[in-house]
Design a protein around this ligand. Structure first.
Ligand SMILES: Nc1ncnc2c1ncn2[C@@H]1O[C@H](COP(=O)(O)OP(=O)(O)OP(=O)(O)O)[C@@H](O)[C@H]1O
Ligand SMILES: [Mg+2]
Length: 765
């Protein structure tokens, strides 16, 4: 049923009607179709914006391509609000009330594409939308402007859709370049011939040590940047006006590199070329048990880099995860430069307290690739404690409970005025909001299977739609006790489109994730008991990370600690604000003193695959300890030390950090060539190992060679071969190896008698 042009004109004179003009950054209609497809249905669309209008507000909307062609226009009514504090992408749900004929045609094409992708037959009801074909000519939307220091925010009448702006390929090796927020893009950028990343591949010494130091929380899901100005820390908004940017990097179908919001908005259509959650993989060996277990959970391809690390393959090119993280840091750097109107060369970056040495090194490398000198790596809970306590002259024992998208950290700190001392720390780098989502996804998939006997797990696009909807439902359930999870046309059976349509209540969600919450409480208890502390001895529990908005977590912690958690720290911003405070303190000596501890023991592999701790967990940083090793064969010219991090007595369960090689040892009878090996951990927990030749007095700094494969390690450490899936393997006879040197029981300079039991072990050999 088409409405007449006359009635359309009558409708337009309504005084309350709001006009929204959206100017896109490209001139290609097919790109509009692809980008907006996830947001369109036959009845209406989702319009990303932070400028929300009341429900029921009538709208007149126009989308323009970069060449000024009006591509989609019509009228609608606001039917749903997605406020920024509750949804990852804020916006308006609009029901179409009128569309011009070309826009109707375009909408039908978009719906047809959606259905092709999910093998559905579209059912467009023509009567729903009116015809606007003879409507008023398009007025050109004014180009977006950047005013003063504020990054352009999404406002009606300016470019507002955070899906359109490919990242400027500024080369950070060159002098800085203040990005213009929302600057109009040259239309029709040709796809790049080869993947040249806008990264800096030079040395740290080439970066100037000038300009302000920014603080960066490089999160699994979202990243956040902050600065101290006028003695107060505050967040620097993204180029779209958000306080955080999604930690997502993608190549779109035209080869454009997208970072942050633009990458997130196209994720549903392009899941194989969109990298998210890279923080869980960065600095991890490809062959580590963890990567082998989780690699198939990602929709993009995880590969092994030349160095044996985990990397990713997107759009037919291979990248290291340092490069992926660096792209997110580059975006942050550009936002900060644009906001502060000066070059940014230095940053403090936070990492989970539970990150191992490789992961910390990887973040440093990522910082350098982004053209940033990383002034300090700081643990996230420590940064959150700084945001809580800075300038308040407190004397308190805090527990920082940080449950973000991908990691959980619990740390106990003693704040005494400006001294922040970590007493105990622990966590799990594989526990976060995504695990809560996974439980709910499984629940939804099971219900769908029960009803229709269809397994949706193998379709990446459908899974991405489900993930998106489930995460939104999970967040809704932090504010409401019930919510509807509706995903229209998720599949087709016997020619009939099938929807997911479930009412979820908070109780169901709570029951699905109860054990995850219990695991966090167990970690808190372990962190407390490591220092003989009881829950009642904690003065305040600070909640950090988006997932802590869940009421079940508040309830459980209130029960456990006998008091409700502190509410005045912003869960999304505290870590970034703390990094900014620390950065600020560098210019003012004595402003803040941080004393941190080692979150996970570091040690060496011994014959039989055992693990000997050299630096124990919770030891104060900096740390230094030495021991002596000697050759085991006549004329031996090479010695190796295999380093691991973790709490298991079995190296196979710990994270392999690398192998130290002592080469070109002067030939001598066995046991004559001796070395003092010293483990140094600096105050940001980065490991350096030195070897002093006791014959010559020469000191060598050892470099972690990271190329040992699991099989190399197995042989070096005389570990049994891994069990085949079903059969029990015959025992492997252990042969003494010449690679792994014995440790002498002569007292070490600072470490004390290393290991009576090693002697016993050696005695057995
Ligand atoms: N209202 C809410 N209720 C429940 N969970 C929420 C809510 N808002 C956000 N989350 C969840 O919080 C997580 C993101 O939190 P955050 O942005 O703090 O993570 P992150 O800092 O990127 O991750 P990490 O600190 O682990 O590296 C997501 O899993 C998201 O679903
Ligand atoms: Mg976080």
């Amino acid at each position: 049923m088409k409405k007449s042009a006359t009635s359309y004109r009558r409708a337009r004179v309504s005084e309350e009607r709001i006009s929204i003009k959206i100017r896109l950054k490209y001139s290609d209609v097919s790109l509009f179709q692809r980008r907006f497809s996830p947001y369109m249905s036959q009845y209406g669309m989702f319009l990303p914006t932070r400028h929300l209008k009341n429900k029921g507000t009538p709208l007149f909307f126009e989308f323009f391509l970069a060449n000024n062609q009006r591509v989609f226009y019509g009228e609608g009514t606001v039917v749903q609000l997605y406020p920024p504090d509750r949804y990852p992408t804020a916006g308006l749900g609009i029901r179409f009330t009128a569309l011009d004929q070309r826009s109707q045609q375009l909408l039908m094409e978009i719906l047809a594409q959606q259905t092709q992708r999910s093998d559905l037959v579209p059912k467009l009801s023509p009567g729903v939308i009116q015809d606007l074909s003879d409507a008023a000519p398009a007025t050109q939307a004014p180009p977006p402007t950047a005013t003063g220091r504020q990054p352009a925010r999404a406002t009606a009448g300016t470019s507002k859709v955070p899906t359109q702006q490919p990242v400027a390929s500024s080369n950070t090796a060159q002098p800085w370049n203040v990005g213009k927020p929302n600057a109009p893009e040259t239309p029709a950028t040709p796809p790049p011939a080869a993947k040249e990343l806008p990264l800096f591949y030079g040395k740290e010494s080439e970066i100037e040590e000038t300009g302000p130091i920014i603080g960066i929380d490089l999160g699994t899901t979202n990243s956040c940047c902050a600065i101290v100005e006028g003695n107060k820390p505050h967040v620097i908004p993204s180029r779209y006006g958000y306080n955080t940017i999604p930690s997502i990097v993608a190549y779109d179908e035209r080869g454009n590199l997208l970072i942050g919001h633009p990458a997130k908005s196209q994720m549903m259509l392009n899941p194989h070329n969109t990298v998210y959650g890279s923080k869980r993989l960065v600095g991890r060996k490809y062959h580590s048990p963890i990567v082998q277990i989780i690699k198939n959970r990602f929709l993009y391809e995880i590969i092994e880099t030349e160095k044996g690390d985990s990397g990713v393959r997107i759009d037919q090119s291979n990248f290291t995860l340092q490069e992926v993280s660096a792209l997110i840091l580059t975006e942050i750097k550009e936002i900060a430069q644009s906001y502060l109107e000066q070059p940014i060369n230095r940053a403090v970056i936070s990492v989970p307290a539970y990150y191992n040495d490789n992961q910390r090194q990887a973040v440093r490398e990522a910082g350098l690739l982004a053209g940033l000198k990383v002034e300090r790596i700081v643990n996230e809970p420590t940064a959150a404690a700084l945001a809580y306590g800075f300038g308040r002259s407190l004397n308190q024992k805090l527990l920082v409970y940080d449950l973000g998208g991908g990691t959980f950290d619990a740390s106990v700190l003693q704040i005494h005025k400006d001294v922040y001392e970590v007493i105990s720390t622990g966590g799990n780098t594989f526990l976060g909001g995504v695990d809560f989502d996974s439980r709910l996804i499984d629940y939804v998939l099971d219900r769908f299977y029960e009803e229709h006997q269809i397994n949706l797990r193998h379709d990446a696009v459908k899974m991405q739609r489900i993930k998106d909807a489930v995460e939104k439902a999970k967040c809704d359930l932090s504010h409401e006790v019930k919510t509807d999870l509706i995903i229209p046309y998720i599949d087709l059976k016997d020619g009939v489109p099938l929807d997911i349509n479930l009412t979820l209540d908070r109780e169901v969600l709570n029951s699905l994730v109860q054990d995850l919450v219990e695991e966090t409480v167990r970690v808190c208890d372990a962190v407390l008991s490591a220092q003989n502390l009881k829950p009642q001895e904690i003065d305040e529990v600070i909640l950090v990370g988006g997932q802590t908005r869940m009421p079940l977590i508040h309830q459980r912690l209130t029960d456990h600690f006998g008091k409700p958690p502190h509410r005045n720290v912003h869960p999304d911003e505290a870590v970034a604000l703390g990094t900014a405070i620390l950065a600020y303190s560098f210019g003012q000596s004595g402003l803040i003193k941080l004393v941190d501890v080692l979150a996970m023991s570091i040690g060496i592999g011994l014959p039989g695959g055992r693990f000997k701790v050299i630096a124990p967990r919770n030891h104060k940083l900096p740390f230094e300890k030495s021991y002596t090793i000697s050759t085991t064969r006549d004329d031996q010219t090479e010695l190796e030390i295999v380093v691991f991090q973790g709490e298991s007595s079995n190296v196979a369960d710990n994270e392999y950090l690398g192998t130290m090689k002592l080469q070109n040892i002067q030939k001598a009878p066995r046991g004559k060539a001796k070395f003092d090996i010293t483990f140094h951990l600096n105050n940001e927990c980065i490991l350096k190992i030195t070897a002093k030749d006791l014959q010559t007095g020469l000191v060598k700094e050892l470099v972690l060679s990271t190329r040992d494969t699991p099989e190399d390690l197995r042989q070096k450490l005389e570990m049994p071969a891994p069990a085949p899936a079903e059969a029990v393997p015959p025992p492997i006879p252990t042969q003494p190896t010449s690679h792994i040197p014995p440790i002498e029981d002569t007292p070490a300079p600072s470490g004390g008698g290393v290991l009576g039991w090693i002697k016993k072990l050696l005695g057995r050999r």
